[in-house]
Write a protein of this length. Sequence first.
Length: 403
Amino acid sequence: MVHKDKSKPIVFTVCNLKYLDKALVLGESLYRSNKFELNIYIFDKQIKLPQLPDYIKIEWIEKIADNDFYKNAFKYDVIELTTAYKPYIAADLATKHSGKKIFFFDPDVMIFENLDEISDQLNTFDFVITPHRADIVYNPHDNLHLQRFGFFNLGFFALNPNKNSIDILNWWWKQCSQLAFNEVQSGMFTDQKWMSLSTFYFDNILILRNKSLNVSWWNLNERRINIIDNSFYVEEKPLVFYHFSAFGSKSKITNREFELGKNSNSILSKLAEVYDSNLSKYSTIKNLVSEYSFDYFNDGTYINPVLRRAYASSNLILSTDLNPFEKGKEIRSFIQRNFLESRGNSNLSFISHADRSKYSIYYKLFTKSLRLLLRVIGPNRFMALNRMMTYSSSLINYKDLWK
């Protein structure tokens, strides 16, 4: 039995059921290293779960969400939705647990050491965040990447509830409730990009540059991981927590391309093996469901990503359906008027420029079409059209497209 300790912080994460195995690894590592409980907020339709450890508390988002939850669940995909509600949940916890510090970790984080430094810093600061990179970045392309995705990684944050920290959460939630789309071409990247403004608007926020915190593929080039006495270290400090973003598989720490820096591939492989071994304990949990429930109407029809964006840009018009998943008359008519009936269940919205080799035929066809267009309309008009295409690539901006 886990005993409540009033001095311990409230720790939470967010995920859908397909990520629950990762969240349970987070919970197990958190309890093993700190004896803290983990509150897991699940963004999926409620199902019966097997018995979980006492230090895990499951919360279903529908039970605590705001009145606009179903509208938000309809306009956002799963990543956008779960990240958008982080400040909302943190504010709710701050209200329910007055005086208790609050920590958030992404579900794909694993804790290796105590979190005392963070807790101690919250005795002085109201809000704690960590940067993607701790060192000065001189490469302009790397700096551009930071400007696209945000200076801070919001796979972790912590706060000491008071007026200032609650004001930060309320401001952050106002941004996320309206614009938490993953559309970097429009200056948005879910909940994360907004926090680049936080230190401009609010005081007493600590940017914690300890390199043993929030280590991941994007900062490995500045943080060398060692093994000392069978424990992982960053340089000479114990690794506190690693963010297994885009985790690959056993012996492969990430599917992303990254700069190795002074790291050893063999040590990174051992770190990946540790995480993979912990994930394997919860393989049956991972197989509980195969689909994200909010990808479908209540009648089982798939909600395609274009319909989500069209709905988001037209939600002032589509105002009477409090729960669009019920597929009421208003949204049915909207789908028919705009030719938005789904054709299959494949979601290709996450395909990026990096995937062009997989779709080389379409990529070549697209570039040839652009060259032909350049030849026909000339470079001046082509540049103007290119800028217009950049704007219209965000379907939420292209309100005139829908009727």
